[in-house]
Design a protein around this ligand. Structure first.
Ligand code: NAD
Length: 478
């Protein structure tokens, strides 16, 4: 009898990774001034993937100078429709190399391949497509009669949870408006930003229009402090965001901050319960909970609390945790040992403060950084797990009795990035949405994104918007 072998899945083909990466400055790959390098590893098995250049302040200065030169010499002078052609080219190249980028994102960051393949990479391409279309229509962004003009050199600093997507959110609108860019990816996930630099090279953008410098917080700090940077767009922790805001006070640099969150996810007793449970699962376990807008505080109406706990407990056991490259995996690897330890510490505090922990059963892989999908019941609003961003697959469940109490508890946080509401009453949905102090409110759904839809925070979640027309406003002088 003939034996048919399966062809290798596209995801199992290892993308070409260089042994060692330089910095992408002025259209060329350059060694860092200090000759320093650091490893980027696969968090699912702790294997080294590549050596990454560590950019010093001297390298940051070279990158900013290259961006300035490109701004004055080419980019701001280019006809907007011609800028659009380059941005479309990047979008098409991301689409063509989608599988390769998805594998890179997954091995460098730990997220399940089904998420990088079906969400991160297509959404990154969609942002370039969307903003390419805006490049020659900028006069419709500002008030009538105002001439759109770019800001100049933009420093863009991104975190590790959606590396390519965050880079796309920042680079695409900046370029469409005529700015040039110095991008700094996070230290644990530089590979897709470097692949994007290769794409930009292949798309023959004028040298210096996009520069990529790799490194850690000190590299980011040098970029923030560089005197020839006109705008800083930062996505990351609230703590670092606040320090940047303090350092920029009194300067004329423009700033947008996309920071942390502790979103309320509200479920009323009249909600379509099957869908709500799936929404809650997606809201917290998507990308192992490494999501700034994760629905990490579940507020359930008291009379359906027990039913929801039973259903969530059952659903937890059906989630598959393991190799992020397996396309059936739901829960991949935690991004780094440091992040795993932070999650473990906060979960320990939850148990010590008296909450009840429910976890997905089963052994964790022997190597790599993993944490089981988890939730807490008996959570008090003053517990650390109800107040601090855990940034892992851990949900805190609280209860409420009336819509007013739901609103009070939802707004009882220093953050204000996102929220979700589940009820079959349209008027209740609308009324609650208006009361919530959050940049995005999802009604009977969660984690829906679109390049045309703005995203951003209130209060300690930051200010400024990315996405949509609002995202362009942040890159134009006004
Ligand atoms: P982080 O603040 O530690 O680092 C983010 C980036 O800033 C990294 O590239 C890092 O190297 C750099 N950086 C660190 N210190 C710096 C400094 N002093 N000056 C300049 N740059 C510096 O955050 P993280 O742990 O990488 O990311 C997780 C955080 O990001 C979470 O709080 C999450 O909620 C937030 N986040 C927010 C959004 C949003 O859109 N609001 C999106 C994704 C992630």
């Amino acid at each position: 009898m003939a034996v048919f072998e399966y062809a290798p899945a596209p995801e199992s083909l290892r993308p070409a990774i260089r042994e060692r990466y330089g910095l992408f400055i002025d259209g060329k790959w350059a060694s860092p001034a200090g000759e320093g390098h650091f490893d980027t590893i696969n968090p699912a098995n702790e294997a080294r993937l590549a050596e990454i250049a560590y950019a010093t302040p001297t390298d940051v200065d070279r990158a900013v100078r290259a961006a300035r030169k490109a701004y004055e010499k080419y980019w701001r002078r280019l006809k907007p429709a011609d800028r659009a052609k380059y941005i479309y080219r990047i979008a098409r190249a991301i689409t063509e190399r989608g599988r390769e980028l998805a594998v890179l994102e997954t091995i460098d960051g730990g997220k399940p391949i089904k998420e990088s393949r079906d969400f991160d990479i297509p959404m990154a391409a969609a942002h370039f497509f969307y903003y390419a279309g805006w490049a020659d229509k900028l006069e419709y962004v500002l008030r009538a009669g105002r001439e759109p003009s770019p800001l100049g050199v933009c420093a863009q600093i991104v975190p590790w949870n959606f590396p390519l997507l965050m880079a796309a959110w920042k680079i695409a609108p900046a370029l469409a408006c005529g700015n040039t860019v110095v991008l700094k990816p996070a230290e644990t996930t530089p590979l897709t930003a470097l692949a994007l630099a290769q794409i930009i090279e292949e798309c023959e953008l004028p040298p210096g229009v996009v520069n990529v410098v790799t490194g850690d917080g000190a590299t980011g700090s040098a970029l923030v402090e560089h005197e020839d940077v006109d705008k800083i767009a930062f996505t990351g922790s609230t703590e670092v965001g606040k320090s940047i805001a303090r350092r920029l006070a009194g300067t004329d640099k423009r700033l947008t901050l996309e920071l942390g969150g502790k979103a309320a996810h509200i479920v009323f007793a009249d909600a379509p319960m099957d869908q709500a449970i799936e929404g809650v699962v997606n809201g917290i376990y998507f990308n192992q909970g490494h999501v700034c807008c994760a629905g990490s505080r579940l507020l359930v109406e008291e009379r359906v609390h027990d039913e929801i706990v039973v259903r969530l407990t059952e659903r937890l056991q059906t989630l598959r945790l393991g190799d992020p490259l397996d396309k059936n995996t739901d829960i991949g690897a935690i991004n780094s040992r440091a992040q795993l330890e932070k999650i473990q510490e906060l979960v320990k505090s939850g148990v010590e403060q008296g909450a009840t922990l429910v976890q997905q059963r089963g052994d964790l892989p022997a190597r790599g950084f993993f944490f089981p999908a988890s939730f807490f019941t008996n959570v008090h609003p003053s517990h650390r797990i109800a107040r601090e961003e855990i940034f892992g697959p851990v949900l805190s469940i609280l209860t409420f009795r009336t819509p007013d109490e739901a609103v009070d508890k939802a707004n009882n946080t220093p953050y204000g990035l996102s929220a979700g509401i589940w009820t079959d009453k349209g008027s209740k949905n609308m009324w609650i949405a208006q009361q919530l102090r959050a940049g995005v409110v999802w009604c009977n759904t969660f984690n829906q994104f679109d390049p045309g839809s703005p995203f951003g925070g209130y209060r300690e979640s930051g200010f400024g918007r990315e996405g949509g027309v609002h995202g362009l406003y942040e890159y134009l002088a006004h």
